[in-house]
Design a protein around this ligand. Structure first.
Ligand code: HEC
Ligand code: HEC
Length: 258
């Protein structure tokens, strides 16, 4: 009799702990970000890119990308800027707002590179970085952290969580951005973000920053990799094990004294 009473008292607690565990696992699955594939840039696609441009971009940027009242001139912005804007879904802009939001990309990698090749053919500008230039495993994450803290944290927050700026603008979080997009953002300085050219942050230092930002997603700051759950996931574990343990203890003490 006492045995079954105790079991029914414990059952809801077991369910609670299981629910907390499930939340943690779901969070980890949902926060896993897709990586874009980065095949080498093709410059033979200018004609194809021009067609895409006329159909999707010229109403705001002009037939030869010279700019209109709505959109700025794209002559000389370079392939990197087009690749960044189109692959993050900022362009084509859907409606005029203070800051074009990132959204699911309209074009695939192939078409994005064709658009970039067309714009690059109109005037020299920064190119799309090679895979080696953005490879996080080749960078020095510790140095990247120092560079990030002095150059980026004031807008994007110490751990890349993002933050508000003035006039309805904001610095986005950096958790879903690919290494290529990180490099391109530094190179082209979208919107309120400054341009970090070779003189302010060298290409090797940019890779260090990329290394730091990608490592942040994989390893918790405590140094223990808890299934790549990251800081929030780790918090959940402390919650599950800590609170779960306390509840278990309370039940045990209660059962002992009765
Ligand atoms: C509805 C209008 C609109 C359409 C359509 C549009 N753009 Fe834009 N674009 C803008 C505006 C406005 C800006 C500047 C503000 C901003 O960056 O948010 C901009 C900025 C850009 C920039 C950044 C320029 C720089 O200085 O680095 C690029 C690159 C770009 N657009 C490419 C494209 C491409 C490629 C397409 C077509 C696939 C496209 N845009 C479609 C309005 C538009
Ligand atoms: C003055 C504030 C400011 C600073 C400093 C700054 N950024 Fe940004 N950053 C922004 C803003 C604003 C945007 C969004 C631009 C847009 O939406 O067009 C942005 C966008 C980005 C993006 C694109 C994210 C996405 O969701 O597509 C990356 C990556 C990025 N920044 C990295 C960096 C790094 C790395 C540094 C330091 C080297 C840095 N930023 C410094 C304001 C800043």
């Amino acid at each position: 009799m006492a045995e079954s009473a105790r079991r029914s008292r414990v059952a809801p607690l077991v369910l609670l702990v299981l629910a907390l565990l499930l939340t943690t696992v779901l969070y980890a699955v949902i926060s896993t970000t897709a990586q874009a594939d980065t095949s080498p840039e093709s410059t033979s696609d200018i004609a194809q890119g021009e067609k895409l441009f006329q159909a999707n971009c010229s109403t705001c940027h002009g037939a030869t990308a010279e700019g209109t009242d709505i959109g700025p001139s794209l002559i000389g912005v370079g392939a990197a800027s087009v690749h960044f804007q189109v692959s993050t879904g900022r362009m084509p802009m859907a409606a005029y707002v203070a800051q074009a939001p990132a959204k699911p990309a309209v074009f695939g990698e192939e078409e994005t590179k064709q658009l970039a090749a067309f714009v690059a053919s109109l005037g020299a500008g920064p190119a799309i970085p090679s895979e080696e230039m953005v490879d996080p495993t080749l960078g020095n994450a510790a140095n990247g952290m120092l560079l990030y803290r002095t150059n980026c944290a004031m807008c994007h927050n110490a751990v890349g969580a993002g933050g508000a700026l003035s006039e309805g603008k904001f610095a986005p979080d950096l958790y879903g951005t690919t290494p290529t997009q990180m490099y391109e953002a530094m190179l082209t300085g979208p919107q309120a973000m400054p341009v970090f050219n070779e003189a302010s942050i060298t290409s090797e230092e940019k890779r260090d920053i990329i290394s730091y930002l990608t490592e942040q997603r994989e390893v918790s700051p405590g140094g223990i990799n808890m299934g790549s759950l990251g800081p929030v996931g780790e918090g959940f574990w402390i919650w599950v094990l800590g609170i779960g343990g306390l509840i278990g203890l309370a039940v045990w003490v209660g059962a002992k004294s009765s």
